[in-house]
Structure formats: structure tokens, C-alpha cells
Design a protein around this ligand. Structure first.
Ligand SMILES: Nc1ncnc2c1ncn2[C@@H]1O[C@H](COP(=O)(O)OP(=O)(O)OP(=O)(O)O)[C@@H](O)[C@H]1O
Ligand SMILES: [Mg+2]
Length: 460
């Protein structure tokens, strides 16, 4: 519950807000002018202030500025009249958390106050962590303090609070989609129930169906016993469908049924089984485009898209880049029993200006190698292997490898499968047969490398 000051010269609005918010359990004081409110602020600070833009003496914007000077901690919500939107935007720039348009329902007010409070809680938590020189969030090791990542934290917090809402996570490869999916599960009330994930691109359709929904005895020739599917195992927990854009149309309609009716059938079964699970899906593909090409069901797209977050690419996260790089130095120091003390400033500068097409995963890989190979105390250009060129978009050996491959494509053609196959073989070689490491070298998941090894008949 919050302490709230309402500043509005309209008696009716004032008393309505007072009564309603008090009923909701808040502590409410009302003021008919900015001056009155300010003199009260000398003695006490509320959690939230609802301020009307048009006030008789000093106006809402001026009051907002003064409030923010007195205390950064007061959350301000601006009440605007019709046609005042540009002023409302200005208010947001001056530090208001949100605004609401007149006329409004009390429900809206309640929602906005609630939102403000959870946003505030997160900010306080961040500030606390910062003070402690800790930048790890409670959200399952998601590192970052940029505005871009804070928006992600807020989203995680909000959807964690509604444990039935279907969530869609979008973003370029390596931006942390899986990490965010786990964070949502771990901060929700489903946290101590299973988090089950399946990578839709790692299986063929029929295999995936059996994986997802299980089968009855006798469903296939070698299905001697009933087997529970992954959906069923996620009962009361969360079900993470990674790379949902790669799922076949047939399976899409079955997944749609799970979302819409919370039921499914095992393969070879007739009985409908009910399930209570939260579906979290992720994709780096453009679902709208797939939908327009009839490769993705529109109805499923709408269902998945109820709560959507787009993870920002690493290059848009400013200072997070060095924060993450230093974090990974600590991680790999521990893993490789090394004692690298940090990163040279000029290298940091380079890291910040680099475009990071593979995002956090790529940065992690670059630092992993650097920690392994650095011979000095600090990570230098020698170990980081960022090759400077006119486009400024080169890192690690693999990108130059990529360029070399592209060079090799002439009019005579080249077999993509063969290239892929040799790359996988080489990566496995370099990693001494360790599939996880080989997958890392190729910036793909372990499932993906397994799938491809199977496809090309590469022995593990
Ligand atoms: N903000 C972050 N803080 C710390 N580690 C991160 C962060 N974001 C991503 N990572 C790490 O980067 C790697 C890639 O993240 P993740 O697998 O979640 O990405 P993704 O978006 O699912 O990638 P893909 O689309 O390729 O599946 C993981 O090792 C993850 O732990
Ligand atoms: Mg992923």
C-alpha cells in the first residue's frame, strides 16, 4: 500500500480519488493547489503523487519539477485533460512515471498506481544492488543497468505476477531470450514447479509431436509403454517453446489448442488431458512475415503475442557491454582458474563500438577466449582478437572465416550443406569432440549441433 498525494483543483475529482484510493487501502491526502502540496512536502514525502496539469497557481509541470528537486523518490503520475498529450510527454521527460487522461475510470487509476509501485520497487532494488557494487539482478543472473534492460526487468516482474499469461520473447540471436524465459518462471509463483523447454528446430515434426505430447502404448511399433510428453511434465510449471517460428503448421494447431483450451491428446490416444501450464515462447524470426507467407498460423500468433517483449540487441545497451564483459572475465577467471584483473580501457572502447551481431553470446565467447589466451594481467587487443576494418564489424576468427567462405562462393556454386558439415566437423575437432564446446564455437545451441550431426551422419 502506498501513501498518495492528490493535487487537483476540481473538488469532485479530488474527493472521488480520495475515497476510491482509500478504499483500495492507500493512505491519501488531497490538495487543491501546488503551493499547498509543496508546503506539505516540506514535512513529509509520499510514495506517489497524482498531479493535475492545470492548477490555479503554479501549474502541474512546475510542481513536478519542484517535487523532483525535493525528492527523487516520489513517483509522479500526471493527470491531463483532453488535448494535453504533448505536455504530458514533456512531463514524462521531467521525470513523471506515467500519465492518465481525463476522463478516467477508477480502475485505470488503480492499475497505474499499481504499475508505478512495481516499477519503483524494481528501481529501488537496482539502486540497492548498485550500491552494493553488485549488478546481478535477482532475475536469474541477467546483468545490466541500461534503460533498455531495465524495461526487460520490469516486463519480467509484471508477467511473473500473472502466472497464466502466455509470453512471447523476441530478439536477435544471443540476446538472452532463454535467460529471460527462465527468469519469468523463477520469479513467478510457479518457480518450484518444473520449467520444461523444448527447441522446436531441433526435431522433425513427428518426433517433436511425441516429445511434446507423449504417446499411448502401441502408438508406434516400438512404443511399448505409455510415455508422458513434455507438456504434461510441465504441469503447474512453465513450458518454454524455443524457436517457435520453426514449428510446423500441424503442430502449431495442437499447441494452439493447449493455449486456448488447456487440453491435449497423447499420440495414439483419444482421451483429452487437461493441463495447467504457462507457455513461454521465443523466436528470433519475424513472425509477422511468416504469418503473411502462411508459414505461421495467425490465430496462434495472436495467442502467443498477449504479452510480448523484444530483447534489445547488445549494441543498444551502452554501458552494459563493459559490465557484461567484466562479469564474464570473473566467470571465466573462476572457471579456468586464471587471475585476469580486468580489461584495458582501449579494449573496452572497442567492445562498446563493436556491433555484436551475435549479441551477449558472442561477447561471452570473445571474453572466454580472451581469458584463456591473455598473457598479461589485463585483457588486451592481443587476446581479444577484434580485427579492425573499414566497416568496424569484425570480431573473432569465425567472422573472418565467414568472409572467406563468402569469397569462395563463385558462379560455380557451393554446397551449403557441405560447408555446414565441414564447419561442424572442424568445430568438433577443435573442441576435442565436446559437443557443447563445438556448439559454442559455432554460436549455436547444443540441440542444434546434435540435430545437424544427425542430419549429416557425423559420429559423436
Ligand atoms: N543480460 C545478460 N546477463 C548475463 N548473461 C547473459 C545476458 N544475456 C545473455 N546472457 C548469456 O548469453 C548467452 C546467450 O543467451 P540466451 O541463450 O538466453 O540467448 P538467446 O536469445 O536464447 O539466443 P538464441 O536465439 O541463439 O537461442 C547465455 O550464455 C546467457 O547466459
Ligand atoms: Mg535461445
Amino acid at each position: 500500500m502506498a501513501s498518495i498525494y492528490v493535487v487537483d483543483d476540481d473538488t469532485v475529482i479530488r474527493s472521488n480519488l480520495h475515497d476510491y484510493l482509500e478504499l483500495e487501502g492507500h493512505e491519501v491526502e488531497t490538495f487543491s493547489s501546488g503551493e499547498d502540496a509543496l508546503s506539505r512536502l516540506d514535512k513529509d514525502t509520499p510514495d506517489v503523487m497524482l498531479i493535475d496539469l492545470k492548477l490555479p497557481g503554479i501549474d502541474g509541470l512546475e510542481l513536478l519539477e519542484k517535487v523532483k528537486v525535493t525528492s527523487q523518490l516520489v513517483e509522479v503520475i500526471i493527470i491531463t485533460g483532453h488535448g494535453d498529450i504533448s505536455t504530458a510527454v514533456q512531463a514524462m521527460k521531467l521525470g513523471a512515471r506515467d500519465y492518465i487522461k481525463k476522463p478516467f475510470d477508477m480502475d485505470e487509476i488503480s492499475l497505474i498506481v499499481h504499475k508505478t509501485q512495481s516499477a519503483r520497487k524494481i528501481d529501488e532494488h537496482l539502486a540497492y544492488l548498485h550500491k552494493e557494487e553488485q549488478v546481478r539482478m535477482g532475475f536469474g543472473e541477467i546483468i545490466g543497468t541500461s534503460d533498455a534492460i531495465k524495461t526487460v526487468f520490469r516486463f519480467v516482474q509484471q508477467v511473473a505476477e500473472s502466472p497464466k499469461t502466455t509470453v512471447l520473447i523476441r530478439g536477435e540471436t544471443g540476446t538472452g531470450k532463454e535467460l529471460v524465459a527462465r527468469a519469468i518462471h523463477n520469479t513467478s509463483e510457479r518457480a518450484n514447479k518444473p520449467f520444461i523447454e523444448v527447441n522446436c528446430s531441433a526435431f522433425q515434426e513427428t518426433l517433436l509431436e511425441a516429445e511434446l505430447f507423449g504417446h499411448e502404448a502401441g502408438a508406434y511399433t516400438d512404443a511399448k509403454q505409455r510415455k508422458k510428453g513434455l507438456v504434461e511434465l510441465s504441469h503447474e510449471g512453465s513450458f518454454f517453446l524455443d524457436e517457435i517460428g520453426d514449428m510446423s503448421l500441424g503442430l502449431q494447431s495442437k499447441v494452439l489448442k493447449v493455449i486456448e483450451e488447456q487440453v491435449f491428446r497423447r499420440v495414439g490416444g483419444t482421451k483429452l488431458i487437461s493441463i495447467d501450464t504457462r507457455i513461454i515462447s521465443a523466436t528470433s524470426r519475424n513472425l509477422e512475415q511468416l504469418t503473411s507467407k502462411d508459414k505461421f498460423r495467425q490465430d496462434l500468433y495472436y495467442r502467443l503475442n498477449v504479452a510480448m517483449i523484444e530483447l534489445p540487441p547488445l549494441r543498444d545497451r551502452g554501458g552494459d557491454i563493459t559490465l557484461l564483459a567484466e562479469h564474464f572475465v570473473r566467470v571465466y577467471n573462476a572457471e579456468f582458474k586464471r587471475n585476469i584483473r580486468g580489461i584495458l580501457p582501449e579494449v573496452k572502447q572497442k567492445l562498446i563500438s563493436f556491433k555484436w551481431p551475435g549479441n551477449v553470446r558472442e561477447l561471452k565467447n570473445v571474453i572466454e577466449r580472451a581469458v584463456l589466451f591473455e598473457e598479461g594481467e589485463y585483457i588486451s587487443f592481443d587476446s581479444i582478437r577484434i580485427i579492425d576494418n573499414a566497416h568496424g564489424a569484425q570480431s573473432s576468427d569465425f567472422l573472418s572465416e565467414k568472409d572467406r567462405l563468402i569469397e569462395n562462393l563463385t558462379e560455380e556454386g557451393i554446397s551449403l550443406d557441405e560447408v555446414e558439415r565441414s564447419l561442424i566437423e572442424k568445430a568438433l575437432d577443435l573442441a576435442n569432440g565436446n559437443q557443447t564446446k563445438a556448439a559454442k564455437l559455432l554460436s549455436i545451441s547444443r540441440e542444434k549441433i546434435k540435430y545437424r550431426m544427425k542430419k549429416f551422419g557425423i559420429q559423436s
